[in-house]
Design a binder for this molecule. Structure first.
Ligand SMILES: [Zn+2]
Length: 152
């Protein structure tokens, strides 16, 4: 058994991190040795803060894990917090009743998460403020006294 990072073993759920690095770098390689860097890249690519030390990494502290825990309907189950620790984080009642048994299961799960996020974004309607801005008289003189007070 090969370690994929500090204390992480190849052939486990940890491999997804290592393979993500290989996939991103487009280089031939294996998952071994890259686990923690994979988590960093996944967080970066999805817009989560890198709030852990990559070398002394503890998956339980990663913001992306807490996001999954706090958003079970988007993640797809209540075990998202353990996405880097436990195969059951990828549980689906019909598609993956035993959780992730291989990398295909993890990829499928993440694809489903991405589709749920896209569907949510499509539902969101933001107000177009440009019509309101257009009626504001742009030439109106402003009171310089307020500015002078603020810069004191
Ligand atoms: Zn591996």
């Amino acid at each position: 058994m090969t370690t994929t990072g500090v204390g992480y073993h190849c052939g486990t759920i940890n491999c997804c991190g290592g393979w993500y690095v290989v996939a991103k770098s487009m280089e031939c390689g294996t998952c071994a040795g890259y686990f923690t860097y994979g988590i960093k890249f996944i967080c970066e690519d999805l817009g989560f803060p890198i709030d852990f030390d990559v070398i002394n990494y503890n998956a339980g502290t990663a913001s992306i894990c807490y996001w999954a825990k706090d958003n079970p309907s988007i993640w797809g189950n209540n075990e998202g917090q353990f996405m880097f620790n436990d195969k059951h984080a990828f549980y689906h009642p019909t598609k993956r009743p035993e959780g992730a048994l291989n990398l295909r299961h993890i990829i499928d799960h993440w694809t489903e998460v991405a589709e749920r996020v896209k569907a949510l974004e499509a539902q969101q309607t933001r107000m177009d403020i440009t019509k309101s801005l257009a009626v504001i008289p742009v030439d109106e003189k402003l009171d310089a006294i307020i500015h002078a007070t603020l810069v004191k």
